[in-house]
Write a protein that binds this ligand. Structure first.
Ligand code: UDX
Length: 434
């Protein structure tokens, strides 16, 4: 099929390249000319494992030609279906900010006014329940002068892609959710996903757009809450001198619990869990419902960094002393620091008048935007030199190999927020939940 993808973030670009790899003809539309040029040169505009190869295979000079990019919305006119992959960030009060999506829908609607034949619009971005019915569809109808369900179709296809493994996650889905409010939109979405469903043998969930919107939030809210629950249990274990990881290994054998997302520690960050939990809480409260468990999961997550620093306080007064922060990215494998737990940890150390020296293999440049005036080291051992404490916030594999490097510390107190450092002779070691 001929597919247009609006938006070239880690979702849009990944989806565009993967659709091309499945045999579709894809045009990726973005307002950023530099991104468009990068893709048309056959290069990936973002860092995602496997993406450079796919973009080179399908957009590069020697590629299949099934992928190209443009800034021109009129490219939609030569396609059968458009996926909206635009950012839906968080307002200051936690509610969803649909303004970018509304602007995209407005421009898409205006373009569709000139399209004589049927077209299907699929929302892939994470939008709160009711957004398509109450906001996006009315804009598309107003701008195109057409009626949804009769002259164009509307669908919702949530993504479950993790940063760093987005290509793998797209090509190996545990489910494909097709939300549609008309039969033609559903049929189009099946045609788009049939190659993936057959090659990945993935179950297909057919539902309406409002339910599909909720499935995305429920998925993320459940995963975030599962981590907060194991962190709650982990905090209890710490009080009793029990290793939460030993407990987690045992309960994970219960297939109703499952072994994944039971790594207790300093908590969750990233561009999705924080945004999505706040958005669905805000949306629920607008319906006069208070989601108590979700709010507690967010509150507990917010407290974990302080618990890490309390453990450090128990061993050393860091006021005026150098303290190393090992790990700045919100998780290993990415340079993304959005909502990284390192941010409240550094804030807490500065409140304690500590002199922070930070190290991360790849995320330093991004964290420098948050904290331009702290010291950044170019290696873990340099960060540790002369420090009176170290906190580990990201579970980078390279930290697991640290051993003699701790001897460079003036006072070798190590508080591990991610269970990546082995206890060893010569250091005072504290694990956050073990
Ligand atoms: C998440 C969802 O997994 C994905 O399905 C959704 O589409 C987008 O949001 P992502 O935010 O990229 O993906 O990262 P993920 O690997 O889920 O980790 C999120 C956070 O949870 C990280 O900060 C990670 O360190 C933390 N985490 C994860 C834990 O603290 N413990 C765990 O056991 C797993």
């Amino acid at each position: 099929m001929k597919i247009s993808i609006i938006g070239s973030g880690y979702v849009g670009t990944t989806v565009a390249a993967c659709f091309a790899d499945l045999g579709h003809d894809v045009v990726n539309i973005d307002i950023d000319e530099a991104i468009v040029e990068t893709i048309n040169d056959g290069d990936a505009p973002i860092h995602e494992e496997g993406l450079p190869e796919l973009v080179a295979d399908h957009a590069g000079p020697d590629g299949t030609g099934r992928l190209h990019a443009t800034t021109d919305y009129d490219a939609v006119l030569d396609t059968d279906v458009t996926f909206l992959c635009l950012p839906t960030p968080q307002n200051d009060d936690g509610s969803i900010d649909l303004s970018i999506m509304e602007a995209g829908a407005k421009q898409l609607g205006a373009t569709l006014a000139d399209k004589p034949d049927w077209h299907t619009v699929v929302v892939k971005s994470t939008v709160v329940p009711g957004s398509i019915e109450e906001t996006i569809t009315p804009i598309l109808e107003a701008e195109s002068g057409k009626t949804a369900g009769e002259e164009f179709g509307i669908g919702m296809n949530p993504e479950f892609l993790r940063e760093g493994t987005a290509v793998h996650d797209f090509l190996n889905p545990d489910k494909v959710v097709l939300g549609a409010d008309d039969e033609r939109a559903l049929a189009t979405m099946h045609e788009v996903f049939d190659p993936l469903v057959s090659q990945a043998d993935a179950p297909v969930v057919e539902t309406d757009t409002r339910t599909a919107e909720m499935i995305k939030y429920a998925n993320n809210a459940f995963l975030a809450s599962k981590i907060s629950l194991i962190n709650d249990i982990g905090n209890i274990c710490k009080e009793f001198g029990i290793d939460a990881y030993e407990v987690a290994d045992a309960i994970g054998l219960d297939d109703r619990i499952g072994e994944q997302f039971l790594r207790s520690g300093v908590g969750w960050g990233g561009s999705c869990f924080p945004k999505d939990t706040h958005a669905i809480i805000s949306a629920a409260e607008e319906q006069d419902y208070e989601p108590i468990v979700l709010k507690s999961a967010v509150e507990l997550n917010d407290r974990q960094p302080e618990r890490l620093l309390d453990l450090l306080d128990g061993h050393v007064d860091v006021a005026g002393e150098r303290v190393a922060v090992l790990g700045l990215a919100f998780k290993p494998g990415t340079d993304d620091v959005r909502n990284s737990r390192a941010i409240p940890v550094i804030e807490g150390l500065r409140e304690r008048d500590a002199e922070v020296v930070a190290y991360d293999p790849v995320a330093t440049a991004n964290m420098r935007e948050h904290f331009p005036d702290i010291e950044y080291a170019d290696s873990a051992v340099t960060a540790l030199e002369g420090t009176h404490g170290a906190v580990v916030v990201t579970d980078w594999d390279e930290f697991a190999a640290l051993d003699g490097e701790f001897d460079a510390m003036a006072d070798s107190v190590v508080v591990d927020g991610r269970r990546i450092i082995d206890r060893r002779e010569g250091i005072t070691y504290e694990g956050l939940t073990w």
